[in-house]
Design a protein around this ligand. Structure first.
Ligand code: OOG
Ligand code: MG
Length: 262
């Protein structure tokens, strides 16, 4: 069942206000029991319309909660998808403004950039690779608008799956020249190792996250356009960060992504 226009706008306004004024809110399903997963994506549509009206631009899509470490950390059993806007991008080696964030965490992810449109509910890994221009290391900065980073799946989807910032770096690579299942990843904060993993943690192969995204979008009459940036989900658990932290995510054979929180 769809949300009424009034409820959709009310939920969207609550999320936008939490983002814009940098404060937490309670889980949405407490106040809006009619919010399910499908309705959460209706809220994302409303967020997108608002952001575009404000002058922002969609540059891609993301899959989240695609690895066991992430699902266990968040207590959620299914992946969720979200929108990536131009305003969320930050340069490598730069400073991410802490005063615009509530309680950020970082995630190391493999990103795909498409040269061809991807659409359909039943794509293969080979089709994803064939449509990919390059793969590149990425760090996503997530920042749940919910108190203590606690949510259920409908609430986190309405919150655009906690999207806040993302940084790409390292070396763009032809996906045919690397084994995307066995990329070792190390996340360091202020020179200390925080988490380790390998890319197969994401659905056995990060391209499977792209397949799931295409299927999700096909169900809503959408495609992944050529040129899109796609984040495939954190390989390890997410790491909390504070002002002054220097972070670096090292991706075997792909280079590293580093920046600072100021
Ligand atoms: C939801 C977003 C998860 C990922 O890469 O798994 C995500 C959250 O954990 O707050 O982006
Ligand atoms: Mg993520």
């Amino acid at each position: 069942m769809s949300l009424s226009e009034e409820t959709r706008k009310k939920i969207t306004a609550r999320i936008l206000d939490a983002q814009d004024t940098v404060h937490t809110i309670g889980k949405l399903t407490d106040d809006f029991p009619e919010l399910g997963v499908d309705e959460g994506y209706e809220v994302q549509d409303e967020l997108r319309r608002t952001w575009i009206a404000r002058g922002d631009r969609q540059v891609g899509v993301k899959a989240g909660l695609t690895s066991k470490p992430k699902m266990e950390q968040m207590g959620v059993k299914l992946p969720g998808f979200g929108l990536l806007m131009a305003s969320m991008s930050r340069p490598e080696n730069g400073v991410i403004e802490m005063d615009q964030l509530i309680h950020p965490r970082i995630e190391a992810e493999i990103a795909f950039v498409l040269k061809d449109e991807l659409s359909g509910a039943d794509l293969s890994i080979e089709q994803v690779i064939a449509a990919t221009d390059y793969v590149i290391p990425a760090v996503e900065v997530i920042d749940s608008r919910f108190e203590k980073f606690k949510f259920d799946l409908p609430s986190v989807i309405a919150d655009n799956t906690s999207s806040a910032r993302y940084v790409t770096g390292g070396r763009p690579l032809d996906p045919r020249t690397v084994d995307l299942r066995t990329i070792g990843v190390v996340i360091e904060k202020n020179g200390e190792i925080q988490a380790l993993g390998a890319s197969a943690a994401v659905l056995n192969h990060p391209a499977n996250a792209v397949i799931m995204l295409a299927k999700h979008l096909a169900g809503r009459g959408e495609v992944i356009p050529a040129g899109s940036l796609i984040l495939t989900g954190g390989i390890t658990e997410a790491i909390p960060v504070e002002r002054g932290d220097n972070v670096i995510a090292r991706f075997q054979d792909m280079g590293s992504v580093s920046f600072r929180f100021g």
